[in-house]
Design a binder for this molecule. Sequence first.
Ligand SMILES: C[S@@+](CC[C@H](N)C(=O)[O-])C[C@H]1O[C@@H](n2cnc3c(N)ncnc32)[C@H](O)[C@@H]1O
Length: 346
Amino acid sequence: MRPAIRAENPLEWLLLRLGLLPTPLLDGYWGMATSRALLTAIELGLFDVLRERPMTAVELAERLGTDLSGTEVLLGALNGMRYVRRRAGRYSNGREVTRWLSESGTLDLRESVLFFGDLWDVVSDLTGLVRSGNAGNLHYDGRGPDFWRRYLRGLGVFVPLAAPEIVRKARLPRGARRLLDVGGGHGLYAAGFVRRTPGLSAEVFDLPEACAVGREMVAESGVAEGVTFREGDARSEPWGEGFDAVLLFNLVHNLTPEESADAFRRAHAALRPGGVVVVLEGEHQGAEGDISITAGLNEMLFFLTSGTRVYPEATMRDWMSDAGFSGIRTRHLISMPMMVLITATR
Ligand SMILES: C[S@@+](CC[C@H](N)C(=O)[O-])C[C@H]1O[C@@H](n2cnc3c(N)ncnc32)[C@H](O)[C@@H]1O
């Protein structure tokens, strides 16, 4: 899946076909400008106000308490991006907003997009960090509750979409009773397994800041019973033992290679014989040739946010095998085609 430049008229179409459009100029400004315009619209609540009825720029600026000129240029950018449409001088939300940025749509991604705003400074610092290699890990640098809420709420948005398929494809052992979700954060995947597996209870093991948000979110989801939280650092504190399943969902990319290999050894020790480890990560073929934009941008993202990488699937399978797991299988997800599920048995 790649973002593409689409022609808006026959001349552009022809130049694009002939490879004569200077795409670096577009990537250089448009990438940053589209990201900022979308973030600002969500931060200001612009789409929420337009949901009431189509409005002129003057009406919208009054409702938002914003400068008219600033509102007009923002609307111009959003109209060009088709997030808003303009008819007879009035603006209304486009199809993408209705579908992806509102409560009644397919998925409400507003909180996920807002979280990207938290990464703005660190992304701006890319040149320096590539030079020095001194990227920190934002999980351990004392960020406050608002950051953690945006982070985990932004991730929790995807769970209703993906959980049914993940639970089905994870294939927990028959009669599974105890599940450990390491780095489970919002706890909604754990809750998804509990909801769909009679007799199962789950323990989410995560940093204290994450558990605080997770407890709120699981309570809101209505599956509080059967999901408990344990605060701790999974790199150094014991995981417990005798579990039927261990989930490592989007955790490994926050760990160094040494910590990742150790996490698989800890998962193995925490499982009963016949128990399963289930890993959810961004797809990364890790071949010698070109990689996908998902893999490439994820590599950069986790370097920026955690000082780490997203690891190729083959590397993770090696770590699992070295830890003693067998029956290692990679499964692709239809509900989240950019992610893979890797399962294995102790
Ligand atoms: C990207 S989030 C994934 C949350 C959830 N598992 C999901 O897939 O949506 C990574 C989670 O790992 C947790 N985490 C990072 N380092 C950790 C550590 N050393 N010990 C325990 N949890 C950790 C974070 O707090 C966060 O909740």
